[in-house]
Ligand binder design. Sequence first.
Ligand code: UDP
Length: 243
Amino acid sequence: MAMEEIRRGEMLYEGKAKQLYTCNLPDCYVMFYKDDATAFDGKKKAKISGKGALNNAISAIFFEMLQQAGVPTHHVRKLSENESLVRKVDLFPLEVIVRNLVAGSMAKRLGLQEGTPLRHPTVEFDYKSDPLGDPLVTEEQVAVLGWATEEEVDEMRRLALRVNDVLSADLLRRNVLLVDFKLEFGKDTDGQIVVADEISPDTCRFWDVQTHAKLDKDRFRRDMGGVEEAYQEMLHRLGGVLA
Ligand code: UDP
């Protein structure tokens, strides 16, 4: 059966790295990945040519890998270089962070060396708010503030750890350590909790297994240079190409 032609409608939302559009399919949106890079809650900004296409391609590979492993996601299919078709979901106002090694804000907050191993992966919840700097919240606070029920928090935690298992194992075969990453979850029109947003070098820390070379957005955050090259390297290691 020929695939129906997707026509993009009005822009519903513009974030720092993506735009969301309505389309002619019911319960679906078109996600457009921009070349804009931001860090420190939008305080640092730049354009990185090719980043949108690379993140779109990498995210599609990860979402397809998760779906194959039985993890529900909002991803339907990649549409073009910078666009993907996604299912409509209601996002929880949370960033769900999984860590395998100490890095970033955890290293800073607790005065620990980046790369310090953890006894087992951890899941933490941040309240999604740029003006507040995405503060860490307890699971109890999430529930009492009505952002998600206790059962929904448990389901997000379970899915986040499953995502970690699937992606970490695949990446290790490609000589990449999954240090930490951020997920966003939403509820689809049937009430099912699914992984949404993107999974890319903007939202994960990837280190080369041997050298610990950074293949992610830390190259931008820390002015290390070679940002686009690192994202290209990740797509290459995942066996993907820019269509
Ligand atoms: N992360 C993200 N968006 C955010 C905050 C964090 O995608 O708003 C990702 C980040 O790329 C890293 C992981 O979540 O892979 C953990 O980030 P951390 O809490 O260390 O914060 P950071 O210091 O990177 O802002």
